[in-house]
Design a protein around this ligand. Structure first.
Ligand SMILES: [Mg+2]
Length: 191
């Protein structure tokens, strides 16, 4: 599948969903490209996983913002590679720094930079501990085994829509309960 075909297919997949994330956040190493950039030289020409270029182009075309959250200790190499791949300008936020936390501080920064709530974000990463930590913040987080591809995109959008559905249902349940018994709030705030 060439980049154009992947892009068309990604656009078709995105079109299947009524609720979409406002921001898609990607890890770099073993998520967008199949290596650790700290083990590479800036002089090299990097290549990404086969579907990445098409998927990024589709998200761009559909007006969905994108960001990077990477714990790479070599932000200079990562930035050089993003530049060489001609995708650097497509990201509204690039948080690339090593950290003891499992990307929770990366996401705090992405949030303060963009103002987008965590539950409107979709995240892809190849490390389970990052997935665990970031999903606890309310971000729909998808573990990728062989980099971002069309299957992961479809899974991510499906889980995102399900999560939105669940929180909407909980809200409706609460509103219904409150409508039936308005004194629920009075008990907490006695006049
Ligand atoms: Mg990684």
């Amino acid at each position: 599948m060439g980049d154009e075909e992947v892009k068309e297919e990604a656009i078709r997949i995105i079109g299947m969903f009524q609720v979409l994330p406002r921001l898609v956040v990607f890890d770099l190493d073993y998520t967008l490209w199949p290596f650790y950039c700290e083990c590479r030289s800036k002089r090299e020409m990097p290549s990404m996983y086969p579907h990445v270029k098409g998927i990024i182009a589709a998200l761009k075309e559909k007006g969905i913002d994108m960001a990077i959250a990477s714990r790479s200790p070599t932000a200079d190499i990562a930035n050089t590679f993003l530049d060489k791949l001609n995708i650097k300008s497509l990201f509204v936020a690039k948080e690339i720094f090593s950290s003891w936390t499992h990307k929770t501080d990366h996401f705090q920064r992405v949030h303060s930079r963009t103002g987008i709530p965590f539950n409107s974000m979709l995240f892809f990463d190849d490390e389970d501990r990052n997935i665990q930590a970031v999903s606890k913040m309310g971000v729909t987080s998808i573990y990728v085994r062989n980099g971002v591809n069309l299957g992961a995109l479809r899974q991510g959008l499906t889980e995102f829509a399900e999560n939105q559905n669940t929180s909407e249902k909980n809200k409706q349940k609460w509103l219904k309960k409150y409508a039936q018994n308005p004194s629920l709030s009075d008990k907490k705030n006695p006049k």
